[in-house]
Write a protein that binds this ligand. Structure first.
Ligand code: PGA
Length: 253
């Protein structure tokens, strides 16, 4: 697990295209060469072209926050993965808990979206995570297994190496309540072992943590051996905090 730390900024439904463009320009200027960190940004669809323009020539990569299980068709309001690829996006977040809880996305749809993203040459960042009630009633591992299984059933070992798994406990997202390092390490180990038991490489799996990651807790989280990086919402929208997260990641080798 010596790969660079992966930091993914999920801007959610924030920043207009002009705000996003000016943020991205400042980011490119402020980031020195990255030695130990890979930085990805997921703006809203409308901001992706402006952000791609701003980061061209830098090591940053841009992706979507969701993409459909088909490449085209009568799916009003959806985002085609082939269109994302066509405009220069390299990854797409799939199955974020806000999609699952607010928009009714099931784990089988998440699996279908994942497969299509891979077929279109995008890296899917597949989000999984339990609610507070599920953790309190000891169901965390069952829930994660239920969410992972449909995805793993539909991909080959070769494709697995192109998938990023994001463990995001729902109760930690946007709440300021971060999971304890021990909980994160244990849960990531469970996810890796589950993948191994399904016939995939546990050591090559990329598993990032998400949920209230900020400059105060990032060093403890990013230095956990089972953690490949972080998926960051709130702290990625504020450029100073995002730059600080990148500096922290760069300082951990
Ligand atoms: P947060 O969001 O960092 O604001 O908790 C994380 C996410 O939703 O991916």
């Amino acid at each position: 697990m010596n790969s660079p730390t992966l930091l993914i900024g999920n801007w959610k439904m924030n920043l207009t295209p002009s705000e996003a463009s000016s943020y991205a320009k400042k980011l490119v200027q402020a980031i020195p060469r990255l030695a130990n960190t890979t930085v990805w940004i997921a703006p809203t669809d409308l901001s992706i072209p402006a952000v791609i323009d701003a980061i061209t020539g830098s090591p940053l990569q841009v992706g979507g926050q969701n993409s459909h299980w088909k490449t085209s068709g009568a799916f009003t309001g959806e985002t085609s993965p082939i269109a994302l690829r066509d405009i220069g996006a390299t990854f797409t977040i799939i199955g974020h808990s806000e999609r699952r809880t607010l928009f009714g996305e099931t784990s089988s749809l998440v699996a279908e979206r994942t497969v299509q993203a891979l077929e279109c040459g995008l890296t899917p960042v597949v989000c999984i995570g339990e609610s507070e009630q599920e953790r309190q009633s000891g169901k965390t591992e069952d829930i994660l297994a239920e969410q992972l299984q449909p995805v793993l059933t539909h991909i080959t070992a070769d494709l697995f190496s192109k998938v990023v798994l994001a463990y995001e406990p729902v109760w930690a997202i946007g709440t300021g309540k971060v999971a304890a390092p021990g909980e994160i390490q244990d849960t990531h180990t469970f996810i890796r072992n589950f993948c191994r038991d399904e016939g995939f490489s546990d050591t090559e799996a990329t598993v990032v943590y998400g949920g209230s990651v900020n400059p105060a807790n990032a060093a403890d989280i990013l230095s956990l051996p089972a953690v490949s990086g972080a998926l960051v919402g709130g702290a990625s929208i504020k450029i100073e905090q995002w730059l600080e997260l990148i500096r922290i990641s760069e300082s951990l080798s």
